[in-house]
Write a protein that binds this ligand. Sequence first.
Ligand code: SAM
Ligand code: SF4
Length: 322
Amino acid sequence: VKVKKAFKIGKAILASRIFGAKTPIAASIIPTNRCNLRCSYCGRWERPGPELSVDQWMKIILDLEKMGCGHLSVTGGEPLLFKDLDKILAEGKKRGMSVNINTNGILLPKMKDIFEIVDSVTISLDGVKQVHDSARGEGSYDSAIRAAELTRENNKPVIFYTVLSKINLDYLAHVAILAMSMGGRAFYQPGTYHDFDGLKKNPMAPDVDQYRKAIDDLITLKKGGYPLGNSISGLEYIKNWPDKAPLKCFGGKLFLRIEADGTLRNCGRDGHLEGPKVDEGLEMALSQLSEPGCSSCWSAARVEFNYISLGEVEPIINYLLK
Ligand SMILES: C[S@@+](CC[C@H](N)C(=O)[O-])C[C@H]1O[C@@H](n2cnc3c(N)ncnc32)[C@H](O)[C@@H]1O
Ligand code: SF4
């Protein structure tokens, strides 16, 4: 199955690079923008907006399968707040996709059935308890750790996701050490200069020099064998933040994102809050989606995806060794 999947991915990448073909092998969906936290660098919860129904998501997942999607990442808002989320996850699984959820972990202990469906769980963790709680809310560190332990107990890979902000640069190793003790991985990415959708300034954006020094420290950790999800090339790339750093983007070609109201986007960082709606079918919406046009990419996962699609050897090996 793995070889078959790898062949499909390779074929989609080549078709995209040679002919500009659109085969969304990875999709990220946002069932809801609602959230049970109010993290200081995230403005998503402030704009909950309308939501698609479960039936609409079922149809989208069918479209994704037809278009060759092999990986479904479910994020938010807090995805576990979406009623009947399990139906969406199960449909993705049934349609042959690997399924990941990105969560703050709070609700996971009440929704253990989800472990029977998902392939991996991404949990946001910003550093030690005091630092994490001050960015993400009192008690949120304990919830994240409990969720990671549960994930481990259920034999699913734990992936930590850390946003670099002005308060956690001295505590990044804590996350890598935890990831190592749990047999998981830790991804790091810069906090945006603006909030998540670029609408107001991110009050937690770090000092640039201190940020770059912290990235050097992460590269040292990576070379020292800590299980960072970022490749060394990926870390060197995000070290450019916030300066412009052009990178070929496969958004809208090999990956895409669907917002809670059915708006199709290249990814969550492309700056286009408007976009075609998937109501008339995903294929139609994809044909109407504008090119990304970003001057840089500050999503750790997208940077890795773009490097892999460009055939960069070290990120490919990093991905295969995960
Ligand atoms: C928007 S959250 C949704 C999933 C879930 N609620 C959570 O927090 O894990 C997805 C990821 O984006 C990160 N994030 C939020 N605001 C950000 C910002 N301004 N810059 C960079 N990453 C951000 C979060 O820390 C989280 O890892
Ligand atoms: S980062 Fe996640 S948990 Fe925090 S407010 Fe945003 S959506 Fe909620």
